[in-house]
Write a protein that binds this ligand. Structure first.
Ligand code: MN
Length: 130
């Protein structure tokens, strides 16, 4: 079963996102802070992280940079979830190392297809990297 790490501080969003992922056939581990999520990510074997950008304490963009910088997690796909879908945000999110993002309110059909697309693309473009 494909393992997905869900980092989201809002309990009802976390439950909704988690339920959709589980119904989509993924094995989901949940975290409510970036620190908790990073510890799980470095210790676990996740294929994809669903990363809320607005988190208390360390935000999702900082957590994404740390995941991408660490050899243990640099290949993990990262799907950002954000309340901000304004011009310029996409560039900022992608520059931090997220592979894609979905904006709240979440369209769950689109969310699950983004998850599937990112997992399908995993491994591509890694060969040439140092
Ligand atoms: Mn949040």
């Amino acid at each position: 079963m494909t393992r997905v790490l869900l980092i989201e501080d809002n309990a009802s969003n976390r439950r909704l996102l988690g339920d959709h992922l589980r119904r989509g056939g993924y094995q989901v581990t949940e975290a409510s802070t970036a620190d908790e999520g990073l510890a799980l990510a470095f210790a676990g074997d996740f294929r994809l992280v669903v990363m809320d950008i607005q988190l208390p304490g360390m935000d999702g963009l900082t957590a994404t940079r740390l995941l991408r910088q660490n050899p243990l997690t640099r290949a993990v796909r990262i799907l950002a979830v954000t309340a901000h879908a304004m011009k310029g945000d996409e560039a900022r999110i992608l520059a931090a190392g997220c592979h894609a993002y979905v904006a709240k309110p979440i369209d769950y059909k689109q969310f699950l297809s983004s998850v599937a697309a990112l997992l399908a693309s995993a491994g591509e473009g890694e060969a040439g990297e140092a």
